[in-house]
Design a protein around this ligand. Structure first.
Ligand code: FEO
Ligand code: CA
Ligand code: CA
Length: 635
């Protein structure tokens, strides 16, 4: 995600502008400190000796490519710095759905590639900034549920340099984000496209009526004048990653919801709980609060607490009401990885993407019977936060009233505080979590953390939003971590429902050519496959881990040789990682799913630069289809 107001700044950079960090620590000292942990890193990294873990790069680019045959059904590609998509030889791609493409016939023609569209048209078109998605098979049809995370303000309102001038402008923003449900099918025997006017096509946006369920539903902290019962929040917003459930529904995850709220009264005293979630007087430039009172916290202070949840959508029923599952906690949800414990309990792993926040899991009390309905399984269970130890063990800490000193509803509404109370490990921005379908393993992409180990001007350590110092810790061992890593855990007894686990680092991203010490990356990072800032992840049915990046694509300095954001495939067993796709410059690659026959892969391209993919007018965030020219399986 980039800053919505200024397309040239990433969210990290925007945050730095608002919360400037001190000068970097002395780099030599950082390296010395990192290398002093060599023994640790050799012990917990999955590959190679300690020296290799420091990133000497055991595989040359050429030998890596030679080894790619076999487990990987493609020849790895090099980096790119252009405004195009690149896939391996023998593969092709085409756009499936672009920002502004019509979902219903009356939307056709309303989209202008120079000016976008208006509030009326925004209801009937594919939204902007595609993110998490999944394909569902319903009665022989293929439906994709896909998130639209945020709005690039300048792209949507080029006439006013991105600044909303009216309620209509705000309404357009609200409608172009959220979630799309769309039927897709091969068009005239050719590549996939949207089935325009399908009865399943649906937009869920910032104003759609939803309902709360679970232990916090109806709590007074969630009540507003418009909804005194605290049961019917409007809208799901900043929908980032996602995940399917075993019963065929879609979990969409509300991430940076705080940016939509602001106060028209500068003197309004913000409620105490706002600080941890970053809710302030100004918002992030959407200016909803200036035109839509619901987003003015001086008038509706409970409204921001009605966002930041995991919302369940039934794509098979266009009339269904999305459900905010409060038992899964409230934080800046990245995605939701749903799996089953051996006894049938439902386990949902979730990351909270902010510097120094935490990794969570929910375990249901009831059990799921495959093929049956879910009932209220996601409303009744226990929420945990992860604690990682230096010796390669870890535990899930139950967020209970006894452990946190908070009541049951407060734990769910102010989950970050509950995790802090039990001493959960501060992480380098937990992005997507995935569960290996063929082995008892969980994975979380820790995208980066420029403040890890940094100090304030007065020498005190930088902290997370809860005041906990972000000193280096076991799964986050690098100070000033601009590259990121993927942590992996192995639940005890191969049971995702248990409290104990072992862990290691699947990969530490880095630059074996242009960086030093630990910043070179782990042994499975080479000059031929290097990348930074892992973010999206998805397993295919064969157990390959697909890794998508949202990082620095300057191709300069410590990022030299890494090129545009990309998608790679990793073998959990061997550790090999190979580059499969590169996106257009400026973009983030995020979101991945497959057609029912697994012969087409759908990949999300968010906030592309230039004027991709049309070559004229505004850049259009899109989902693309990728297939093998020989018609083979792609996942
Ligand atoms: Fe929306 Fe953390 O990515
Ligand atoms: Ca992400
Ligand atoms: Ca990201």
């Amino acid at each position: 995600m980039k800053n919505p107001k200024n397309h040239n700044l990433t969210m990290d950079e925007w945050d730095e502008v608002k919360h400037p960090r001190p000068h970097r620590n002395d780099f030599d000292a950082v390296v010395e400190e990192a290398i002093s942990r060599r023994g640790f890193m050799g012990g917990v990294l999955a590959f190679g000796s300690g020296a290799a873990a420091m990133g000497t790069g055991l595989l040359s680019s050429t030998s890596a490519e030679a080894q790619a045959a076999g487990r990987f059904a493609f020849s790895p590609i090099g980096i790119a710095t252009d405004f195009d998509i690149h896939v391996p030889e023998g593969y092709s791609w085409a756009p499936l759905a672009r920002w502004g493409d019509p979902l219903v016939s009356q939307g056709d023609g309303a989209f202008d590639p120079e000016t976008g569209h208006d509030a009326e048209a925004a209801q009937h078109v594919f939204g902007e900034n595609t993110d998490g998605m999944w394909l569902f098979q319903v009665g022989g049809r293929e439906l994709i549920a896909v998130n639209h995370e945020y709005a690039n303000q300048e792209t949507n309102l080029p006439q006013s340099e991105g600044v909303p001038q009216s309620l209509d402008d705000v309404l357009m923003f609200q409608r172009i984000q959220g979630v799309t449900i769309m039927e897709v099918a091969p068009q005239d025997g050719d590549t996939y496209g949207i089935v325009v006017d399908s009865p399943f096509n649906r937009r869920i946006d910032h104003n759609t009526e939803t309902r709360f369920s679970g232990p916090a539903a109806g709590h007074e902290l969630l009540q507003t004048a418009a909804d005194p019962e605290g049961m019917k929040p409007l809208g799901t917003m900043n929908n980032c990653g996602s995940g399917p459930t075993p019963w065929g529904t879609y979990l969409t995850c509300e991430e940076n919801f705080n940016g939509y709220f602001g106060s028209t009264d500068e003197a309004f005293e913000l409620p105490e709980d706002y600080e941890r979630y970053g809710i302030g007087h100004e918002g992030w430039g959407y200016d909803y609060h200036k035109f839509d009172e619901r987003f003015d916290v001086s008038k509706n202070p409970a409204e921001p607490r009605r966002q930041g949840w995991v919302t369940e959508i039934d794509p098979a029923d266009p009339e269904s009401t999305p459900v905010k599952r409060t038992a899964l906690g409230r934080f800046k949800h990245e995605n939701a990885a749903c799996t089953l414990a051996p006894d049938g309990r439902v386990v949902v792993y979730m990351g909270d993407d902010e510097r120094g926040e935490h990794l969570y899991k929910f375990v249901s009390n009831g059990v799921y019977v495959p093929g049956g309905p879910a009932g209220d399984l996601l409303d009744d269970g226990q929420l945990y936060a992860a604690k990682f130890n230096w010796d390669g063990t870890g535990e899930w800490l139950a967020l209970t009233p006894e452990a946190t000193g908070m009541d049951a509803a407060e734990i769910l509404i102010f989950t970050r505080d509950a995790a802090t109370a039990v001493g959960a490990t501060t992480m380098d921005r937990p992005e997507w979590v995935q569960v290996n379908p063929i082995a008892a393993e969980g994975y979380c992409a820790l995208t980066n953390n420029s403040r890890r180990g940094a100090t304030n001007d007065d020498g005190t350590p930088r902290t997370n939003a809860g005041g906990v110092p972000m000193t280096v810790n076991p799964p986050n061992p690098r100070e000033l971590n601009n590259f990121g890593q993927i942590v992996r855990w192995y639940p005890a007894n191969d049971d995702h429902g248990t409290d104990a686990f072992r862990w290691d680092l699947y990969v530490m991203a880095g630059n074996p050519k242009a960086a030093e010490g630990a910043y070179k990356g782990s042994a499975n990072v080479t000059e031929g496959n290097m990348f930074n800032s892992p973010d999206g992840m998805m397993f295919d049915t064969s157990g390959l881990l697909w890794i998508q990046t949202d990082g620095d694509d300057s191709n300069e300095d410590e990022f030299a040789g890494q090129g545009n954001n990309q998608m790679l495939a990793g073998d959990p067993a061997s550790g090999e990682i190979h580059r499969f796709l590169t996106g257009p410059n400026g973009c983030e690659v995020t979101g991945l799913c497959w057609s029912a026959d697994r012969r087409t892969m759908f990949v999300g391209i968010q906030h592309p630069g230039g004027s991709w993919p049309d070559g004229t007018g505004l850049p259009r965030s899109s989902v693309i289809s990728v297939w093998r020219d020989d018609g083979g399986l792609v996942g």
